[in-house]
Design a protein around this ligand. Structure first.
Ligand SMILES: Cc1cc2nc3c(=O)[nH]c(=O)nc-3n(C[C@H](O)[C@H](O)[C@H](O)COP(=O)(O)OP(=O)(O)OC[C@H]3O[C@@H](n4cnc5c(N)ncnc54)[C@H](O)[C@@H]3O)c2cc1C
Length: 421
């Protein structure tokens, strides 16, 4: 692309895709670059919260997301010798069009968002990495590196949606304060021997915490998610890292009342967790959003440590909600034709200040790693595609016939094209 875009979005995770969609719908010309040659697989997030759906609603994607989601998951709690069945439907929120728990792998969410971008004529340039970023009064500048070329480019605003090891944050000189947690996540896609009701979310209550078995594995029938004390191996925070040995996965299961053994471990990863917050979410024409701006444990984010369910702050949700401001502010500037990085009368870094207030309680803050390459499922297994339906390629029977909610209406905002600067 030779024309200078209004917004260069760095990173095609959920935050970058949403930022690009929002910017486009506000009338901006958008370019999206993503370092990975392929979409990130397998998924990290499995749960989509009401506020996430609210943020996505104006983009016209919620119907498609909900069509693929399990909106009334049946859960079996394993507490000692007792098993308790629970229908996890309503989450007790009265001020939302989406008052239900929604199970939906992150990979599907990204696929739907990427399709929506393609529908608007915006292509994701994969295999293109931002290695340098800066800004002056007239433009933001970036150096883009791909397999066969290095490109110097300029744009009006640059949105760093490049995850917890954000290069944009580093290049902007924005501090990243916080620390690692003493616990880490174990993720695994596996087949299990023993009696487990199919198509049900199993929750084992263990000595060290909860073990979740989602019937939504992307490389096998079951996706295990559990926490355990952290092993500090220097791996990247927030990214699927080293494999977890079968014996360790079995230990995690044995610490609960789940009476199952690992039949086949198809994929596993440990994920180091951190709580960190960027000092500001904007420096001039450079913006930060999503995990590039704030990171915390998905357990904390999912509301387990909060009393008010209406204020839950899961990672995807927090990223998407905070991505609204970095987009709306440049869009406002574009419409007003403001020549510099600040709207008339606005404080220079006010967007960052405004949105940081949303993230601080969840992060609880009182610095950079190279992200691990994306993992794909091992040979014989594959990542899900749209054709696979909600359960993915290895879905258990029953998950395909999902309860349907009444369709939720949405409309596209009026499109206003701005003249690129
Ligand atoms: C184990 C686990 C479970 C979770 N469960 C949930 C859940 O149930 N619900 C929920 O809402 N959230 C959950 N989260 C959090 C959620 O996964 C993240 O908050 C979310 O992925 C953040 O999205 P993002 O787009 O900001 O960053 P990312 O998803 O990290 O995307 C950043 C993108 O930027 C690209 N990139 C990086 N550097 C560059 C560069 N220099 N140039 C170009 N591209 C670059 C990367 O390749 C990547 O694709 C969970 C997280 C973990 C670790």
């Amino acid at each position: 692309m030779t024309n200078r875009p209004d917004v260069l979005v760095v990173g095609a995770g959920p935050t970058g895709l949403t930022t690009a969609l929002q910017a486009h719908d506000h009338g901006a010309t958008v370019r999206v670059v993503e370092r990975r040659p392929e979409a990130f697989r397998p998924s990290r997030a499995m749960i989509m919260h009401p506020r996430t759906l609210e943020s996505l609603r104006p983009l016209g994607v919620t119907d498609r997301l909900l069509d693929r989601a399990d909106r009334a998951p049946l859960a079996e709690l394993h507490i000692g010798r007792r098993q308790v069945l629970a229908q996890l439907g309503e989450v007790g929120l009265h001020d939302t069009a989406f008052p239900h728990l929604t199970l939906l792998p992150q990979a599907y969410v990204e696929e739907v968002l990427a399709d929506a971008l393609a529908h608007r004529g915006v292509r994701i340039e994969r295999g293109v990495e931002v290695v340098d970023a800066s800004a002056d009064d007239d433009a933001a500048h970036a150096t883009l590196r791909s397999a066969d070329r290095v490109e110097e480019t300029a744009c009006r605003f640059l949105a760093g949606c490049d995850g917890p090891a954000s290069a944009v944050r580093t290049e902007a000189g924005i501090a990243w304060r916080g620390a690692g947690y003493t616990e880490e996540v174990v993720l695994a896609d596996l087949e299990l021997d023993g009696h487990l009701a199919p198509g049900v979310l199993h929750v084992g209550v263990g000595r060290a915490g909860l073990v979740f078995l989602f019937a939504l594995g992307e490389c096998a029938t079951w996706r295990l998610l559990a926490t355990r004390p952290a092993h500090d191996d220097g791996g990247a925070f927030g990214q699927p890292g080293a494999e977890v040995p079968v014996a360790d996965v079995q230990d995690v299961l044995d610490a609960t009342a789940l009476d199952v053994t690992v039949g086949e471990l198809r994929w596993s990863a440990r994920v180091r967790l951190q709580h960190r917050l960027a000092d500001t979410f904007r420096r001039g024409r450079l913006f930060l959003a999503g995990d590039a701006a704030h990171a915390h444990s998905p357990r904390r984010g999912a509301g387990h440590e909060r009393r008010d369910p209406g204020r839950r702050e899961p990672g995807v949700e927090a990223g998407l909600r905070r991505s609204e401001r970095p987009v709306q502010r440049p869009a406002g500037l574009l419409r007003r034709g403001a020549p510099t990085g600040g709207a008339p009368g606005a404080r220079p870094d006010s967007p960052g200040v405004l949105r940081r207030g949303v993230g601080e309680p969840a992060v609880g803050v009182p610095a950079g790693h190279a992200a691990a390459p994306g993992r794909s499922c091992p040979a014989g297994a594959r990542a899900p595609t749209a054709a696979d339906g909600p359960g993915g390629p290895a879905a258990v029977p029953g998950m395909g016939a999902l309860p349907q909610q009444p369709a939720v209406g949405h409309r596209h905002p009026a499109r206003r094209r701005a003249t690129p600067g």
